[in-house]
Design a protein around this ligand. Structure first.
Ligand SMILES: [Zn+2]
Ligand SMILES: [Zn+2]
Length: 96
């Protein structure tokens, strides 16, 4: 998996399938074209399947989303925050 800067996401780089028939034909022509074909295939640049670019980069480290843990509960009557220790709403006196 690589990170595409264009798409701003990690994608599986697209690689065209290894053409076995072309490889055999090249091997019939001689050893060298076949070897060149393998080298060409191996060295061929991987492209983004989404935007077809080669704009690979490093995925920016995601800032962890600060989860604000809301302590206590809220009064269903007036919406005042009530500490868990309290049984009654400090705003309206309703029992919670
Ligand atoms: Zn892309
Ligand atoms: Zn209340």
């Amino acid at each position: 998996m690589k990170y595409c800067i264009n798409c701003k996401q990690t994608v599986q780089p697209a690689k065209s399938g290894f053409n076995v028939i072309a490889f055999i034909i090249l091997l019939c022509l001689g050893c060298c074209p076949g070897v060149i074909y393998i080298l060409y295939h191996v060295l061929k640049t991987e492209r983004c399947p989404m935007c077809n670019s080669i704009n690979w980069g490093v995925q920016p480290i995601m800032e962890p989303v600060q989860q604000q843990v809301v302590k206590g509960i809220f009064c269903p009557n007036c919406g005042t925050r009530i500490n868990e220790e309290h049984d009654y709403c400090v705003g309206c006196g309703r029992k919670v």
